[in-house]
Design a binder for this molecule. Sequence first.
Ligand code: URA
Length: 268
Amino acid sequence: MSLSREQMLVEMGITPIWVLRDDGATAPADEAPEAAPAGRDVRPMTAEPPPAFSSRPDPVPAPVAPEVELRPMTPVDTLDWPALTKQVAECRACPLCQQRKQAVLGVGDVHPDWLFIGEGPGAEEDVKGEPFVGQAGKLLDAMLASLDIARGDRVYIANAVKCRPPGNRTPEAAEMAACWPYLERQIALLKPKIIVLLGKAAVHAVLHDDKSLAALRGKRYEYAGIPVVVTYHPAYLLRNLPDKAKAWEDLLFARRLLREAATPELPF
Ligand code: URA
């Protein structure tokens, strides 16, 4: 299926109608949207109003789970997929294991062109064992469709941490560091041709850079010789619809880098 540019923009919802809103919603400070037009509090309206949750939905405090004894991680740098899957499922390397229902390793084509990396499982992912199955996941699927790709076909989706942070908070730096060997091994096994980092946590995990996404996007980075592109997290985009146009630019940039990598320059 090949979509026209207009169809792709519609697919990603980049055709907002501006209406007055005063729901007092705020965006994460580090990913603040551009100023609204002409001094008024206007936000784009979509056919369905965006769900009222932040970039980490579910404000309900998580129940306190019984303490599970933590164990240091054993090295994973030689593991194959079955061994890595088992080790992640049984991981006790950081406190996130104490309240998870299950660890969520990732999903998709294990010989992908694209690797998308998000933050960490939310409530629905924790139940289903698959990344990005909630509202943010629906938007991610629309973003993939706009690139003519589908979950599982030339694309793999993973997260900076494999266990749900309680209350859907952002994972802490120490939790991302504890989980990093798993993501590192995944990348080594997947050998993607392009990596797209969705939001600040993924950027922190892979590039160790804490600048704002506005400052980071639009440039080519590299991890282990693989081109890396930074863009907004889909959950952020659900609340900041005008930035979908920027995310679309980022995806086009990533696709260009992917194509360049596939067709090396002629030697003359
Ligand atoms: N947000 C993420 O970053 N990852 C998921 O898997 C779901 C929501």
